[in-house]
Ligand binder design. Structure first.
Ligand SMILES: CC(C)(COP(=O)(O)OP(=O)(O)OC[C@H]1O[C@@H](n2cnc3c(N)ncnc32)[C@H](O)[C@@H]1OP(=O)(O)O)[C@@H](O)C(=O)NCCC(=O)NCCS
Length: 146
């Protein structure tokens, strides 16, 4: 498994994975606008195939996880845990103290993953996301890193 920075050249392939993996996929514009100096983004590859990726923004000593996604072909094999562990290790090395994220209340797999790392739900934003039923809550979760 190789960890590499994401470049603009990766976006077409990342977007294909995103469409296949995520029922509420990022549009291409979300990928292209996530490359300022504040972002810490990386991908994990196996034999030249992208297994998964992370987009994270760092402001002062706080980080926000904007996207974590595993290629459906590789899901359920521990790679989501590996991506998150790698992110936590890298942020800790950068002396980041808190990692925040927002997740749909219905995304039980992601919430299970986050809770297994010790993330706690800090707040709930009612009806924050749209879905087929109308709307659903956002869980705002935080992990203290130090
Ligand atoms: C969330 C996601 C990254 C997890 O990646 P993954 O590689 O499949 O996850 P892992 O194999 O590392 O499993 C990690 C944990 O997730 C949970 N999980 C994974 N697959 C699951 C399933 N089918 N049912 C329930 N929980 C599951 C479990 O808590 C698991 O830990 P465990 O194996 O100790 O029980 C992946 O499902 C994904 O890309 N989803 C689409 C994008 C998305 O929703 N991202 C999060 C947005 S906030």
């Amino acid at each position: 498994m190789t960890q590499q920075a994401i470049t603009l050249q990766d976006i077409a392939e990342l977007h294909k994975i995103e469409l296949a993996a995520n029922p509420y996929p990022w549009p291409v514009s979300a990928f292209t606008s996530s490359f300022s100096a504040l972002y810490y983004n990386f991908k994990l590859t196996l034999e030249q195939q992208i297994v998964g990726y992370v987009f994270c923004k760092i402001v002062a000593d706080q980080a926000e996880l904007f996207n974590i996604c595993v290629n459906p072909y590789f899901q359920g094999k521990g790679y989501g845990k590996q991506l998150l562990q790698q992110l936590i290790n890298d942020l800790s090395a950068k002396k980041i103290t808190e990692l925040w994220l927002e997740v749909r209340a219905s995304n039980h797999i992601a919430i299970g993953l986050y809770e297994s790392f010790g993330f706690a739900c800090a707040d709930i934003r009612p009806n924050y996301y749209t879905n087929a039923q109308g709307a659903e809550d956002a869980h705002i979760m935080c992990l203290y890193l130090l």
